[in-house]
Design a protein around this ligand. Sequence first.
Ligand SMILES: NC(=O)c1ccc[n+]([C@@H]2O[C@H](COP(=O)([O-])OP(=O)(O)OC[C@H]3O[C@@H](n4cnc5c(N)ncnc54)[C@H](O)[C@@H]3O)[C@@H](O)[C@H]2O)c1
Length: 503
Amino acid sequence: MARALPGPYRGSPVTEDRTTPPTALHDLTGSTRPVVAVQGLGFVGAAMSIAVASAMDADGNPAFEVVGVDLDDTAGGARVAALNESRFPFETTDPELTSALQAARARGNLRCVTDPSAYARADVIVVDVPLDIDWRSATPELRLKGFEAAIATVGRHARPGTLVLVETTVPPGTTEKIVVPTLDKELSQRGIDPSSVLVAHSYERVMPGAEYFRSIVSYWRVYAGHTPESADAAEAFLSQVIDTETYPLTRLANTTSSETAKVLENTFRATTIALMEEWSRFAEHVGVDLYEVVDAIRMRPTHANMRTPGFGVGGYCLTKDPLFASVAAAELWNLPIEFPFSTAAVRANDEAPLAALDRVRTLVGGSLDGQRLLLLGVSYRQDVGDTRYSPSETFVRAAESAGAVVTAHDPLVSHWDELERDTPAQLPDPSGFDAVVFAVPHDEYRRIDLAAWLGTARPAVLDAFNVLSAAQRQLLVELGCPIASIGRGIVGGGLVGSDITST
Ligand SMILES: NC(=O)c1ccc[n+]([C@@H]2O[C@H](COP(=O)([O-])OP(=O)(O)OC[C@H]3O[C@@H](n4cnc5c(N)ncnc54)[C@H](O)[C@@H]3O)[C@@H](O)[C@H]2O)c1
């Protein structure tokens, strides 16, 4: 059945006979709307599927039929099942995202499958699969296999006229040197002219958290096409999903530029966070509150986005992305160019939780052996349930190797996959602990009534991520809890106290 497709990403009309596969894909047969397949239903793809399904045309009707596709394995199947049951597959504090999912499911223009033949139905295929690097190794190398396999799968199913929009964060040069050749090979083997499939790159800036949904549809985007026609197609598609009137798109000259923008953007952020690490150690020793100092400097508009001290950097992006430039230079471009700042930033951020552990050691009297620690915050970021490469993991592993007994709590994490342990649902009673570490500024921790929670308990407290207010820190001083803060040599309301003596 032929079907007219609006927009400049229109491909050849669908003329092949479409048999109905035994999945929810049969809903797509006869669809009059363009079909968008989203490959990979992780933190990015699951949210992007909902964002695309929420896009409306000028008449207020859904602009797209969306099919989310993940692998036919345990994790992929669970994500597909969750979305089909109108449940977001990850803990989220964003009600807009969950209500948009429920609305899309109720409308019927979003379904998820593990069947890759979905790509054969698609006018646009959005690639949201990971591309990994062993970033903790001394000489990091790309782990391309999974990414290449995902692109090859697209090539085995895509039809002429489809736009393949790569959103994965990749080393600069990947679209040109890996995606396009992989697609070309698969398409040629099927007798399809490779140039009939359009390829573009537009990186995600999605921020899982309270503004998860908005961070896709109400945020600026950068994109580029492998050809001018591909760039036009990407622009047409993104303009329907994103509020581009308020948040205009930026077109770059080629896909390597778009890939470079993502990697540099995240490298800039990771490097400026790492810079605060060495200044934090200094501030803690000399009686300076670095937060106060940074606020003073931020008054200068040129320095308004200066970073503040913290517990370290985790998650799937800032940990690895700064290393993508050096591996791109070596593995894709054969260039003898090194990136020492970027590499140093990754290492400094990775080791930051160990500085926090040192401060706890001092607070509890010099040895962690047998000390009972309560760690508040397990995810890598506030109001997010993602524990990948969380600084808390580094902290716990090091603390337990030093003989400490750690209980970890997180309002958004019930099972900590990386450490294979459950976390208590309720904030634990503090009376059984020698020290409490506020590691992640989740809302629940910021709002904590310390006097009520502590009761008669007087554990040492480390505020590792500016979780507590000056009044809360002052209260701890008055209650008699030994207290220290990362990035602060001053505690409470201007008191120069145990921070200095404890360092
Ligand atoms: N997590 C973030 O906040 C964030 C933000 C911006 C950009 N990114 C980038 O987006 C990309 C995806 O990140 P993520 O956090 O969503 O990863 P993720 O690991 O949460 O999800 C990836 C999903 O892709 C699936 N997948 C892998 N191979 C597949 C295949 N061949 N076919 C179908 N599905 C496949 C996996 O099963 C998984 O469900 C990465 O490049 C990441 O760097 C992530």
